[in-house]
Design a binder for this molecule. Sequence first.
Ligand code: RNT
Ligand code: ZN
Length: 419
Amino acid sequence: MKSEQIISNFKAAKEVFAQQGVDVEKALETLAETPISIHCWQGDDVRGFENPDQELSGGIQATGDYMGAATTPTQLRQDMEKAFSLIGGKKRVNLHAIYIDTDEVIERDQIKLEHFDRWVAWAKENELGLDFNPTLFSHPKASDGLTLSHPDKAIRDFWIEHVKASRKISEHFGRELGTPSFMNIWIPDGMKDQPADRLSPRQRLADSLDKALAEKIDTKFHRDAVESKLFGIGAEAYTVGSNEFYLGYAATRNIDLCLDAGHFHPTEMISDKISTCSLFVDNMLLHVTRPVRWDSDHVVSFDDETQAIMREIVRNKLLDRVAIGLDFFDASINRIAAWVIGTRNAQKALMKALLEPTEAIKNAEEAFDYTTRLALTEEAHSAPWTAVWDYFCHINDVPVGSAWLNDVKTYEAEVLAER
Ligand code: RNT
Ligand code: ZN
């Protein structure tokens, strides 16, 4: 689309929104300022660089064999830079411990700040915030399907040390980059079949977490978050870290809660959980993803739930208490395109939520005028928000519409095909 066309569409849209009492300039500013934490693991199918022979484990799976996956930290950074050049607004990068960038093999309980120096330097150069995750899967000591809840104290202690070491790295990210690093703990612990004892592993998990998180770290630099789950492949009958477990844990320990859109029953939506959790936990971290029939981690789509999630954040004025992160890994399509599509969809949903005539809809509800509430909500879907989105891309120097795809195809031919 030509610049003049983008600008004139925008001007017309702005007038329509102004008539509804919506401040378009403010929405554009908020969208540009709201960071999206982009997960590095879409770039290499959650393999990491710790040990090239280690298979992905822990009940999660990346399916597909599209060419060009990153096999070194340098390639992964190069791929992310390409993706980021096609995504407007503020970005953060979410790393896992297995994305360690060293020349030697380091055990997980021994990871140190310097093993992530190259990531920090890169983040500085590219004006990115960093987030972190200890990796408690894809490891021989996780092969029983239990880590922090394992009955063997030596195994629990190993993982406790890994989480402690990870917190130091996360704090370091926060100090170096001047923005707190969210460190999310997800563990695969669970059982394939009905356990005889559902309680003891949960007691051990609470105890291990208390030990791992005992040291106070300034939340200006580092924040602890915990992520629940319903089931995993090979852990269908029982998950130690269930939703109730972590909601209770986060609320009583005063830490953050991570909600992953794929970790609940198929008709149970995290968009309905955000308001509740906001009453009992400080901050929330989201793993925006798309579960197709199961926790499949498809690329985020511009679907009802993604829109509902963003609407909840905006309507309840929670933008400063909900960190938006992505969590998908599709190995069947171009991985850079996956980042671009998923991140731009999350941003589009946020843009649309920011342009909704929320006050008018809330007023109708308060007056028990549910007819007006429904009418305004439905009309908002076809309001000219796409003209504002195009303008956002235009002023942030990223391609408008599907023009980004040409860049990705060229990169695929010139860089990915050579790997
Ligand atoms: C797994 C969790 C977890 C992982 C990442 C790689 O079911 O969603 O967040 O996807 O840590
Ligand atoms: Zn997740």
